[in-house]
Design a binder for this molecule. Sequence first.
Ligand SMILES: Cc1cc2nc3c(=O)[nH]c(=O)nc-3n(C[C@H](O)[C@H](O)[C@H](O)COP(=O)(O)OP(=O)(O)OC[C@H]3O[C@@H](n4cnc5c(N)ncnc54)[C@H](O)[C@@H]3O)c2cc1C
Ligand SMILES: *[C@@H]1O[C@H](CO)[C@@H](O)[C@H](O)[C@H]1NC(C)=O
Ligand SMILES: *[C@@H]1O[C@H](CO)[C@@H](O)[C@H](O)[C@H]1NC(C)=O
Ligand SMILES: *[C@@H]1O[C@H](CO)[C@@H](O)[C@H](O)[C@H]1NC(C)=O
Length: 250
Amino acid sequence: MANLRLMITLITVLVCLFSSFTKSSKDIRIDLPKSLNLTLLTDPSTISAASQDFGNITTVTPGGVICPSSSSDISRLLHYAANGKITFQVAARGQGHSLKGQASVSGGVVVNMTCLSDVVVSKDKKYADVAAGTLWVDVLKKTAEKGVSPVCWTDYLHISVGGTLSNGGIGGQVFRNGPLISNVLELDVISGKGEMLTCSPKLNSELFYGVLGGLGQFGIITRARIVLDHAPKKVIIHEKMKTMQIRLKS
Ligand SMILES: Cc1cc2nc3c(=O)[nH]c(=O)nc-3n(C[C@H](O)[C@H](O)[C@H](O)COP(=O)(O)OP(=O)(O)OC[C@H]3O[C@@H](n4cnc5c(N)ncnc54)[C@H](O)[C@@H]3O)c2cc1C
Ligand SMILES: *[C@@H]1O[C@H](CO)[C@@H](O)[C@H](O)[C@H]1NC(C)=O
Ligand SMILES: *[C@@H]1O[C@H](CO)[C@@H](O)[C@H](O)[C@H]1NC(C)=O
Ligand SMILES: *[C@@H]1O[C@H](CO)[C@@H](O)[C@H](O)[C@H]1NC(C)=O
């Protein structure tokens, strides 16, 4: 009799354990306290958009999405995710041009980096401070207005600065100037604990080199200081059999 009771107890424990492991992300509710002053978007169309990426191979369903209005929003979110009543995972999403769900997290919170977009060219035009959600095409527009541009590019320009720097960044100018991650002077990063840190080859260098090409595993980039140089007046693109001459400025 005692043995039977023990067995029933064991089975109950096992069933509970199993069901907690197989809990689908839909069962996980993330309640952010009011004091955080963050709006967690959970409507089906936002969740569905954040669950998919360019690869169209995987569906990774997050518990919610935030559209940050400043880097401090991301800092508060990450601090809470690590220390709050419930812990959860967070993933940054740029343009979601990943192929296998890297820009989402099952049951966690996706930070829509597109909400942070800004380009400020320095007075001496030697660099631009760019918010991580900015698309390269918008970096081009803003810098070319001032006769300067980054020294290397992705070939496809409708991807985010933060997403590209988390990968590497290659394109037509890379053979001469190195990949995009080699032409960054400084980054603002929110660490996994929610600290806002500035890093460069001299300051917090381990974080700097970890984050560049780090696939979002070492923190979330909020700002990148990108090297600029004079923009050429004219470029020639050799593409397969075509040769195009593009006049950038009259
Ligand atoms: C059609 C197409 C063309 C492409 N062309 C090029 C090209 O010419 N050159 C090139 O180098 N690559 C190219 N890529 C690859 C591209 O660089 C990567 O897919 C990159 O991830 C795209 O940036 P994204 O903004 O879409 O990033 P996402 O897919 O949104 O994110 C990529 C990864 O970075 C993380 N992440 C995003 N933002 C941040 C952030 N601010 N801080 C920390 N982590 C972050 C995400 O969590 C994820 O792990 C191309 C991809 C596609 C689909
Ligand atoms: C809450 O966030 C909004 C913008 O997201 C901001 O305008 C407002 O000042 C914030 N409130 C407090 C109390 O910080
Ligand atoms: C991210 O924000 C942009 C700009 O507000 C919006 O167009 C886009 O649909 C959002 N993406 C997701 C996945 O929420
Ligand atoms: C993505 O995949 C789904 C099926 O899994 C398909 O219905 C849809 O058309 C695909 N989208 C693209 C853009 O290929």
